[in-house]
Design a protein around this ligand. Structure first.
Ligand code: SAM
Ligand code: SF4
Length: 329
């Protein structure tokens, strides 16, 4: 039976972001350096069985939602099989996936059959040339077809994640938001976070400015979401089918309501996106630890979850212990 998992600051922890690979078929500027990052060796990465064991144990502790992420999760061999195994865990209420969409056209159907209920797709520009410059790969049309395929087969809602960068893609706020007039998509604008990519602090644009731009498009009504315990604030443009989400981890941090844990592909449990401390579960998994011992490590780690992160709009410091591609967003 599931417990309720409470951290050292009284927050209920029920959401796991599970990164299944550090590999990616794009090279987004804000996520990783031009030359990429050193790749994990195969034996450094947790096997699917090891990930399933941790996921299973976390579900017994009280995790009820799992989001599969990466790197790019769909590049790991067997990702559909893994999604299916995760979706079959008893006691889970929701299994979702975050992808760059490059392989989505061919895999959307399989994901749906595997039990993926919701999907987030990163899309930073509607201009193919600009998309190629931000992601360093010429894949816009492929991704767009994947988005339409996901919507067509009923993976709903399709959420599009856009990291807004001043002078790079901020002139597309209106066009991206305008997608919600024609499609039931949720278009989510995310503040640039100072990780180890190559997008500097000068590119940061706060959510208040993004909201002001959206408000100039016409009446923007706050709406609730059926899955609203996430970090997004939701709005709808008058007459739109879809919603707009604003995610502001820097300017309006949501630490007091943070319900998340992260497991990296090499088996490190992170209790905060910006943490410099991690709990290495791999030795326990590989040296015969019992479920009770691993549960104890998990409980201990959760109690160390920091009250809040230390990043502020005026004093952004780099999160140096891992690039985002090695965490999973
Ligand atoms: N490859 C998948 C994708 O791009 O959706 C999943 C992994 S990616 C690390 C997860 C999310 O993190 C994406 O939506 C991406 O836009 C976001 N992300 C990566 N680096 C970021 C940064 N520096 N600031 C804000 N969001 C970032
Ligand atoms: Fe890859 Fe996603 Fe990072 Fe882009 S944001 S480099 S698609 S992991």
């Amino acid at each position: 039976m599931n417990d309720t998992l409470i951290d050292g600051h009284g927050r209920r922890i029920d959401y796991l972001r599970l990164s299944i690979t550090d590999r990616c078929n794009l090279r987004c500027q804000y996520c990783m350096p031009t030359l990429g990052v050193p790749k994990l060796r195969h034996d450094e990465m947790l096997s699917y069985e090891e990930m399933l064991r941790v996921a299973d144990l976390l579900v017994t502790l009280g995790i009820s939602k799992i989001r599969i992420t990466g790197g790019e999760p769909l590049v790991r061999k067997g990702s559909l099989y893994f999604c299916e195994r995760i979706a079959a865990i008893n006691g889970l209420q929701s299994v979702s996936l975050t992808t760059n969409g490059v392989l989505l056209e061919e895999l959307a159907e399989g994901l749906s059959i595997a039990g993926i209920q919701r999907i987030n797709i990163s899309l930073d520009s509607l201009d193919p040339r600009r998309y190629a410059s931000i992601t360093r790969r010429d894949c816009f049309h492929q991704v767009w077809r994947g988005i339409l395929k996901a919507a067509a087969i009923g993976l709903s809602p399709v959420k599009l994640n856009t990291v807004i960068m001043r002078g790079i893609n901020d002139d597309e706020v209106e066009d991206l938001a305008g997608l919600t007039y024609q499609h039931p998509f949720h278009v989510r604008f995310i503040e640039l976070m100072p990780m180890n990519g190559e997008a500097g602090d000068d590119l940061f644009m706060g959510s208040d400015e993004i909201l002001a731009r959206l408000s100039a498009m016409g009446p923007l009504t706050p709406v609730s979401s059926s899955h609203s315990n996430g970090p997004a604030r939701h709005f709808r443009l008058a007459g739109a089918m879809g919603k707009i989400g604003i995610i502001s981890p820097i300017s309006h941090h949501f630490c007091p309501s943070c319900n998340r844990l992260r497991l990296t592909a090499d088996g490190k449990l992170r209790t905060c996106l910006f943490a410099t401390q991690e709990t290495d579960l791999r030795p326990y998994l590989r040296q015969g630890a019992s479920d009770a011992e691993i549960l104890e490590r998990l409980r201990e780690a959760i109690l160390t979850k920091p009250e809040r992160h230390a990043l502020t709009p005026g004093g952004i410091r780099k999160c140096i212990n891992r690039p985002m591609v090695a965490i999973g967003g």
